[in-house]
Write a new protein. Sequence first.
Length: 122
Amino acid sequence: MFLSGDDKATLEARQFVPEIETAVTKRGTGRESADHRDREEVCAAIRDGVAVAIDRLDEIPPYSGLEPPLHARGQILRAVQRLEGRPDSGVDPEVSSDSRRSRPRLEGRDADRRADDPHHRR
C-alpha cells in the first residue's frame, strides 16, 4: 500500500496503517498554501516508494476500519473551476463552514447538481 501527498496526508495515513509507504510531495504551510518539493525529487520519491510498497505488499495490511455504506465529500478547488471555465468562486460552500457568510450563487449545471444532491443542506 502506498500514498503520495502532502506531509499532513502522509502523517494521517500512518496513523491508520503504520506500515504504509509514503512520499511527501509538499509541506502544507496554510489552508491553501504549501512549499512544494522539486518535481524530480518528488517523482523519484514516488517511484522508489511504489517499488518498496510492491516489495512489501505482503507486509502491509489493508485498512479495515471502515464499514459500508461509505459517503465521501470533497472540496472543489479553484484550479479545477478555472480549468472547467467556471468563475473562481473560492471554496465550495458545502465544505467550508466559514463560507456561509458569502455563498456564491450557483447557476447552470452547478445549480442542477446541487438540486440533485440529496445531502445538500437547503
